[in-house]
Design a protein around this ligand. Structure first.
Ligand SMILES: C[S@@+](CC[C@H](N)C(=O)[O-])C[C@H]1O[C@@H](n2cnc3c(N)ncnc32)[C@H](O)[C@@H]1O
Length: 302
């Protein structure tokens, strides 16, 4: 058993919990857990052919159950049989919830220059890597998910390409703030992290303070369409659908010769995303595939 480390941790919450369990093929586990986390689960446990997710017990769980059923119907074309797969629910007692989750988080090495660690663990010592502490709270982004890792690795590469130039970064959908904070400690000049979820912004603010990067990182709930300034690098770990929908807004926020990092793309959707951004005005210059997730690095040609 392992914990899907995209999950967050509820801090000192006294509540009763619902546990969902669902059997699924291994290839579908990430997509399902991603959805469940976005739908509010602070913790998802993956077994070989099963997902378990936890939810604060809602007063009325009808909307939650309906959304999950709709999602399973949506992925049935890719993973046949998911629509009819029984979803089992049970009620859990809230016993030492916080402590129980914490033991699953371990420090992660990312690329050549970063350690990401939960703040309650001792910091790695004897390392030249920069250390970032991320308290996941209820937000996405602990550093272990392939989509976050893909963005972090591309950010490291792009920042290393121009060490003498201080780049400006836009992080669309900042979640825990992990990409924004990493960009700041890796030497960019400034980052703007956007998120439309106030819970994510709260977690990101906490993490910005924790890592003392307030001078470089600004966070905002402002909508992408309201921005007017260009950025040297735009990173967006959303979904293929969101990238396509936001394509012209993302595109215009990237400065000439700047970079666009797109992540959260399930492999069957990569072609749709590439058709929307390339060949013009972007050129595909990098691509990472881990499990069924793809992260793209695009360069603006004009
Ligand atoms: C998958 S998480 C990515 C978190 C983090 N950037 C990472 O790479 O781990 C996506 C985040 O984007 C936010 N989001 C989704 N659509 C958005 C939009 N149109 N504008 C701003 N934030 C958005 C969600 O609230 C969520 O926090």
């Amino acid at each position: 058993m392992h914990l899907d480390a995209r999950c967050g941790i509820t801090q000192g919450v006294s509540a009763s919990w619902l546990q969902l369990s669902l059997r699924a093929p291994t290839a579908a586990l990430d997509a399902i857990s991603n959805f469940l986390i976005e739908r509010g689960s602070p913790g998802v446990v993956l077994k070989k052919n099963e997902v378990r997710a936890f939810f604060v017990r809602p007063l009325n769980g009808t909307a939650l159950r309906r959304d999950i059923q709709r999602f399973l119907k949506g992925i049935d074309k890719i993973y046949p049989g998911m629509e009819d797969q029984p979803v089992r629910w049970s009620v859990l007692k809230d016993k030492n919830w916080n402590t129980a989750w914490r033991r699953f988080f371990t420090p992660q090495k990312i690329g050549n220059s970063l350690w990401i660690t939960p703040p309650w663990l001792a910091r790695p010592v004897n390392t030249r890597r920069k250390i970032i502490a991320i308290e996941p709270g209820m937000a996405f982004g602990t550093g272990t998910h392939p989509t976050t890792r893909g963005c972090l690795e591309f950010l490291e590469e792009v920042l290393a390409l121009a060490p003498e130039r201080q780049l400006t970064i836009l992080d669309v959908g900042t979640g825990s703030g992990i990409l924004a904070i990493a960009s700041a400690v890796m030497g960019c000049s400034s980052v703007l992290g956007l998120d439309n979820d106030p819970v994510a912004l709260r977690a990101a603010r906490l993490n910005v303070r924790l890592n003392r990067v307030e001078r470089k990182v600004k966070l905002s709930s402002v909508r992408l369409r309201r921005l007017t300034q260009p950025f040297d690098v735009v990173a967006a770990n959303l979904t293929a659908e969101a990238h396509i929908e936001l394509a012209s807004l993302l595109q215009t926020r990237v400065a000439a010769q700047g970079y666009l990092i797109l992540s959260g793309i399930l492999d069957p959707k990569v072609g749709d995303v590439l058709r929307r951004f390339c060949p013009a005005p972007f050129k595909l210059i990098g691509r990472k595939n881990v499990k069924e997730w793809t992260t793209l690095l695009l360069k603006k040609e004009s």
